[in-house]
Design a protein around this ligand. Structure first.
Ligand code: SF4
Length: 372
């Protein structure tokens, strides 16, 4: 992995893997065990300063800030939907805006995480695609979204699920995504279960194969069509990886026997929502351990795409279910704050309420010891 640095040349410590951190510390003259102490302070105790790492000697607490920086996203604001969904706006160090969406649903609290500023995939129905790709997010920026939000949740509440479905195509930022996911999964870091992490993709075939070989997380494929022509029309990536190649890959992926690939299907009225589409879809998915998530399109003034009527979506679902395809209709969340699927990246920071982390604890008021 390339080493990420701040403009002042210090190493972005949150973008290092555990092994990289160990090597950096050893190069500074530290014993190896110190890496685990620092790692736990960063990810389990979520500290924002080296001063808070109270089981390190004063010498090391003073030495580390001259070599490393603990970078955080700058909270810009939060929008709260009438349905309880919250959209968080952040600025990166250089002032680029990204968004994360927190969705409460019964006993679940799901965070939709961004992996890029903008997106290069240009799916025609998606507002994020209009931005183009500004840059990939660093591992630390992908991890900071759940980490910083978890700090402001009420006592007893925690993020239960993470979906990489925010701004960007996660697999286009493969190395940084995987580095971040390793921290999500590490029991000495965020300690999440692989069953609760889902990576969504437009179908970057080689990266899909690599990901399923490397990590056991869930995979969601954004399909949105029942023919090659239809898919090419709304998802330009189909010109590079045809739908046939994509589905053959899905058929062959070493998916764990408890898991299924989720196929996301944005339903657009009069385009891909007919019973003929449903019939073709059922045929296409034969032999793939899958489930289909129907997403009735979230209308937007900048697009001439209509949302299908509720009974059309229901009939489509019914057709699939009666052919043995697991299928649900995703309820739209956060529509009034443009937090629904395909609507991220255009929030106006001047319209949002402010939020921020609690004040930084100092060495004097930090009484909690790390769990070593
Ligand atoms: S749907 Fe996803 S991959 Fe397609 S343009 Fe939007 S953010 Fe990018």
């Amino acid at each position: 992995m390339p080493r990420f640095t701040a403009p002042d040349g210090r190493v972005d410590i949150k973008s290092l893997s555990f092994d990289e951190l160990t090597e950096e510390l050893v190069a500074l003259g530290s014993e190896r065990f110190r890496a685990l102490q620092v790692w736990k302070w960063l990810w389990q105790h979520k500290v924002r300063t080296f001063e808070e790492m109270t089981n390190l000697s004063k010498v090391w607490r003073e030495k580390l800030p001259s070599h490393f920086v603990i970078q955080e996203l700058t909270p810009v604001g939060v929008l709260t939907s009438t349905d309880g969904t919250r959209k968080f706006l952040w600025h990166t160090a250089e002032g680029q805006q990204i968004e994360s969406v927190l969705i409460p649903d019964e006993d679940r609290l799901t965070l939709c995480v961004s992996t890029q500023v903008g997106c290069a995939m240009a799916c025609s129905f998606c507002l994020t695609g209009d931005l183009g790709l500004k840059r990939h997010l660093k591992p630390g920026e992908i991890i900071n979204q759940p980490l910083q939000i978890s700090r402001i949740l009420p006592e007893g509440q925690r993020i239960t699920n993470v979906v990489m479905m925010g701004m960007g195509e996660p697999l286009h930022n493969y190395d940084n995504l995987v580095a971040a996911l390793r921290v999500y999964l590490d029991e000495n870091a965020l300690g999440m279960s692989h069953r609760r992490i889902t990576v969504s993709t437009v179908g970057l075939v080689p990266a899909m194969k690599k990901l399923t070989d490397e990590l056991p997380v869930n995979l969601a494929v954004s399909l949105n069509a029942s023919t090659e022509e239809q898919r090419r029309e709304v998802m330009p990536i189909t010109k590079k990886y045809s739908m046939q190649e994509l589905l053959e890959t899905c058929r062959d992926l070493p998916i764990h026997h408890h898991k299924r690939i989720t196929f996301e299907y944005v339903m657009m009225a009069g385009f891909n929502d007919s019973i003929e589409d449903a019939a073709r879809l059922a045929k296409l998915l034969r032999g793939i351990r899958s489930k289909v998530n129907l997403i009735p399109y979230n209308e937007n003034p900048s697009r001439d795409i209509k949302r299908p009527a509720a009974d059309v979506a229901k009939a489509f679902q019914h057709y699939l279910v009666t052919r043995g395809v697991q299928c649900s209709i995703r309820s739209t969340r956060g529509k009034d704050i443009s937090a629904a699927c395909g609507q991220l990246g255009k929030a106006d920071p001047s319209t949002v309420a402010l939020f921020g982390p609690p004040p930084v604890a100092t060495a004097h008021d930090s009484t909690q010891s790390p769990r070593e």
